[in-house]
Ligand binder design. Structure first.
Ligand code: SME
Length: 163
């Protein structure tokens, strides 16, 4: 599936409006909700924040909660994107030994680092329900989204932990 320019441009404007209106974890939660509801091939959308040697799930939207609310950076596709400082697309999670399973339905995954002043401070993680769910248009679009989220992730880290 793809994100054509005619879909990405209005979506980026809507994301700007969300980030003008909200900050920190509230902004991240609204961004996850917006992405999930705008793009049907994004059934589970999360934002993890780097905290020491771990990734902490700060916001998500999807049908089910994940048990992976804290992931050591040395593990999983989520850890790989931070370790390598680049976006990771896995076309078929069943063939990738790094994959940490969350949901039975998941068949593909994309993880895109979020940077602030050059440092990786977090990432967008999207689970898809079909093999080959994500392509280069998703990567380009989500890298543009991620470039907007650094301040919200940093602020989220300064807020109280989730109950
Ligand atoms: N599959 C991820 C773990 C997080 S869940 O997808 C929400 C991974 O391999 O790191």
């Amino acid at each position: 599936m793809t994100v054509p320019p005619r879909a990405s441009t209005p979506a980026l404007l809507q994301l700007d409006a969300i980030l003008d209106r909200l900050s920190g974890r509230q902004a991240l939660a609204e961004v996850c909700r917006f992405l999930r509801h705008t793009f049907p091939h994004y059934p589970w959308v999360g934002v993890y924040r780097v905290e020491g040697t771990d990734l902490v799930l700060d916001a998500w939207d999807g049908a089910q909660a994940t048990e992976h609310t804290r992931i050591p950076i040395e593990r999983g596709l989520c850890g790989q994107a931070v370790r390598e400082g680049r976006s990771v697309i896995v076309d078929d999670v069943r063939t990738d030994p790094n994959y940490l399973a969350c949901f039975l339905e998941t068949r593909a995954e994309i993880v895109v680092p979020i940077r602030e002043e050059g440092r990786v401070v977090g990432e967008i993680d999207i689970d898809g329900n079909t093999v080959n769910a994500f392509d280069a248009t998703d990567r380009r679009f989500l890298e543009t989204v991620a470039a907007k989220l650094g301040p919200a992730v940093e602020r989220s880290g300064a807020e109280l932990p989730l109950g």
